[in-house]
Design a binder for this molecule. Sequence first.
Ligand SMILES: Nc1ncnc2c1ncn2[C@@H]1O[C@H](COP(=O)(O)OP(=O)(O)OP(=O)(O)O)[C@@H](O)[C@H]1O
Ligand SMILES: O=P(O)(O)OC[C@H]1O[C@H](OP(=O)(O)OP(=O)(O)O)[C@H](O)[C@@H]1O
Length: 220
Amino acid sequence: MSEPVIIAVPKGRILEEALPLLARVGIVPEPAFVDKNSRALRFSTNRPDIDIIRVRAFDVATFVAHGAAQLGIVGSDVLMEFDYSELYAPVDLGIGGCRISVAEPEDMAAKDDPRGWSHVRIATKYPHITAKHFAARGVQAECVKLNGAMELAPKLDLAPRIVDLVSSGRTLKENGLVEVEVIAEVTSRLIVNRAAFKTRVGEVVPLVDAFRRAVEDQAA
Ligand SMILES: Nc1ncnc2c1ncn2[C@@H]1O[C@H](COP(=O)(O)OP(=O)(O)OP(=O)(O)O)[C@@H](O)[C@H]1O
Ligand SMILES: O=P(O)(O)OC[C@H]1O[C@H](OP(=O)(O)OP(=O)(O)O)[C@H](O)[C@@H]1O
């Protein structure tokens, strides 16, 4: 038998929604996958031809782009940030819904006019998305790269504004910030390594179809 197809899934919040979706596709990981005490990173599934690896959200795209995994589940925010040409994203999975937005302190927003900005300093995990968003209207964005807790930046004078993911808005509110611009809506996508799509077509195409059907059945 050939090597199993590897599906990369993020270990963060998408995982909770990804597990029922995988089950609808007919893929059930071994019990260690959901065992918080397990330190394993690669897991077998009920399908001998499919293994799952659990990696950080940003790394899902890297593993799949380099062909270390053939498929992956990842937020469209990550795809926008990295823009890997080796990735094909054929299915919107309809999970992990949120948006990527610009936010600033409430008191600042009351007097601020985004149309007057010419240069902005932004704390973010997404410097590429941020720079592109502002460059499109001639605003220069100076980014301070953080990996989390961006909401702390304005009060601690690291940067007056942030670009981060927003879902319920609770994190912004509890940190005295308000959303001033939505950059993009975000959902999770199924991604496929372009080379694997050709070289392992017999394994990859039925899987992509199964994910597509699982999403359509859920929506119906
Ligand atoms: N508030 C949210 N609501 C819905 N989806 C979200 C939200 N925050 C993040 N996501 C989605 O989940 C993905 C992973 O989220 P997040 O980066 O918060 O996970 P994480 O476990 O903190 O990542 P890591 O620790 O690897 O940096 C994001 O890329 C995004 O697509
Ligand atoms: O609008 P809300 O519903 O409050 O969600 C937004 C929060 O969710 C994400 O963080 P996450 O909880 O994944 O933690 P992180 O900071 O470790 O990425 C994001 O970075 C925001 O902080």
